[in-house]
Design a protein around this ligand. Structure first.
Ligand SMILES: [Zn+2]
Length: 269
């Protein structure tokens, strides 16, 4: 069967007012999804971007409040907050229940893994995207700073995209601008977008639900803060050497975010 083009079918009656939406962004309220939303807005314009946030039983509802604020902050008016009630009937983990945040000996994943979460989120986002006539779904997953989450890997995203195209006969494209970026590169990108302050102070990445700089102790805070420190060190070093022409060694350094003209980060390959 030929895959229909956007607008040919699958548009829910009465959804015509959303016909201009080009992309749906999965927005949790953390650093990755907030930067991802800003990038999508830069690409398509705020009126053509929709955001979707899931209440899946996470302990910290503050994430939803921050997601709403971020959508407003970036001018995104179409924001859907969806409750996924089934998770609490199916599984347990450190993000939904009061249990230690750790990686148990011999376990492949840390206790913060919510099994199949990105698969469920992307599928639901796809259902909504199709009803809006949109084909792009943007998500801030990354395998560069791999934390043991199997559904953050490129191999999973490729499989999920194929599954969703087959499941709904719609030309979905799952966009993952940070798949191969480190956290330091993400901070650098936020800096270039002019939203460093927003990402640093108006997001919730912390597993303990502490907004902004976070608790500083959980794995999510450590990863975020280590990346921020690395970014600041690189930026400071780049500032000090900016007056001198780069040496050959610097020209070929593995620091692409501060030689942006020669090696621009291309978030949408
Ligand atoms: Zn924390």
């Amino acid at each position: 069967m030929r895959t229909p083009r956007p607008g040919e079918c699958g548009i829910i009656a009465g959804m015509g007012k959303h016909a201009k939406i080009a992309a749906v962004v999965v927005l949790s309220g953390g650093q990755d999804s907030a930067t991802c939303l800003a990038l999508a807005v830069k690409k398509h314009g705020a009126d053509h971007v929709a955001a979707i946030t899931f209440k899946y039983g996470q302990r910290h509802q503050i994430e939803t409040a921050y997601a709403k604020r971020l959508a407003k902050r970036f001018g995104v008016k179409t924001h859907n907050v969806v409750t996924m009630d089934f998770y609490r009937h199916l599984t347990t983990n450190a993000l939904m229940n009061d249990q230690p945040i750790a990686r148990k000996k011999g376990a492949s994943c840390p206790t913060t893994v919510v099994e199949g979460r990105n698969a469920a989120f992307l599928l639901a986002a796809g259902v909504w995207a199709k009803s809006l006539g949109a084909t792009e779904i943007h998500t801030g997953v990354s395998q560069a700073d791999f934390s043991g989450y199997p559904d953050c890997r490129a191999v999973f995203i490729r499989a999920q995209q194929r599954m969703m195209r087959l499941a709904m006969e719609w030309p979905f494209r799952i966009v993952t601008p940070f798949m191969r970026m480190t956290k330091a590169e993400e901070w650098a990108l936020a800096d270039r977008l002019g939203i460093l302050d927003v990402i640093e102070n108006e997001t919730v990445t912390c597993y303990n639900g502490v907004p902004g700089k976070g608790c500083g102790k959980c794995p999510a805070c450590k990863l975020r803060n280590r990346g921020l420190a690395e970014f600041r060190t690189l930026k400071s070093a780049a500032g000090k050497t900016a007056a001198r022409p780069p040496s050959n060694k610097q020209r070929h350094s593995s620091c692409p975010h501060y030689t942006a003209k020669q090696n621009p980060i291309r978030p949408y390959p």
